[in-house]
Design a protein around this ligand. Structure first.
Ligand SMILES: Nc1nc2c(ncn2[C@@H]2O[C@H](COP(=O)(O)OP(=O)(O)OP(=O)(O)O)[C@@H](O)[C@H]2O)c(=O)[nH]1
Ligand SMILES: [Mg+2]
Length: 220
């Protein structure tokens, strides 16, 4: 049976999702291999909670969080995708309209790092050309078990044109910072678009998929 706090949290989530009082809405996606910590990362950010139990995500889920940027309310719709291969058709359908991605691997798993290239290809194939991407090396609390050197990840991120950061959902390292940085780079990109009078183009055209409120520049 759900506890009182579970029920309150559910009511708050429903209230947040239905809240129409915002200036901009950004759709963000968490992607990466199964068990790298995507769900944990989102729970840490949205609810400041962490559990060491592993409940693999089925299909897709989302949470809503509102942040403030220069007096503007920015509503973040954050989609948490299942990393398991069998859900790939469902999850890639959600790439359309995403303005930002957190592409996550686990610093203790070479396999999850090797897969980053494939995930980057998925982004290129299914999302808007101007979508912003941050490569996140999660579980940096497990330094003793590290298999992916920071320099290798930085090099790969540079090659792919992504930003890069290591983080830990468990120890709450760089979680908020990563989300806030993603919001900032999306805002910068929107302002560039408006200043240069360039409409978003290409597959997906994210801004066309978002509410009319989003179509102006962001005052970030
Ligand atoms: N040590 C450590 N463990 C973590 C961290 N983040 C997540 N985990 C653990 O890693 C396991 C997998 O985490 P999830 O968040 O469920 O992984 P996921 O990427 O959502 O996996 P899928 O839903 O299958 O795609 C869980 O046991 C978590 O407790 C972290 O920063 N440090
Ligand atoms: Mg998950």
């Amino acid at each position: 049976m759900a506890s009182v706090s579970d029920t309150r949290q559910l009511q708050q989530t429903q209230k947040d999702a239905a809240d129409q009082n915002f200036d901009y809405m950004f759709k963000l996606l968490l992607i990466g291999n199964s068990s790298v910590g995507k769900t944990s990362f989102l729970f840490r950010y949205a609810d400041d909670s962490f559990t060491s139990a592993f409940v693999s995500t089925v299909g897709i889920d989302f949470k809503v969080k509102t942040v403030f940027r220069n007096d503007k309310r920015v509503k973040l719709q954050i989609w948490d995708t299942a990393g398991q291969e069998r859900y790939r058709t469902i999850t890639t359908a959600y790439y359309r309209g995403a303005m930002g991605f957190l592409l996550m691997y686990d610093i203790t798993s070479l396999e999850s790092f090797t897969a980053v290239q494939d995930w980057a290809t998925q982004i290129k194939t299914y999302s808007w050309d101007n979508a912003q991407v941050i490569l996140v090396g999660n579980k940096c609390d497990l330094e003793d078990e590290r298999l992916v050197p920071t320099e290798d990840s930085q090099r790969l991120a540079d090659e792919l044109g992504f930003q890069f950061c290591e983080a830990s959902a468990k120890d709450n390292i760089n979680v908020k910072q990563v989300f806030e940085h993603l919001v900032d780079v999306i805002c910068e990109k929107m302002n560039e678009s408006v200043d240069g009078d360039q409409s978003p183009s290409g597959k997906g055209a994210a801004l066309q998929d978002t509410p009319p409120d989003n179509q102006g520049g962001c005052a970030c």
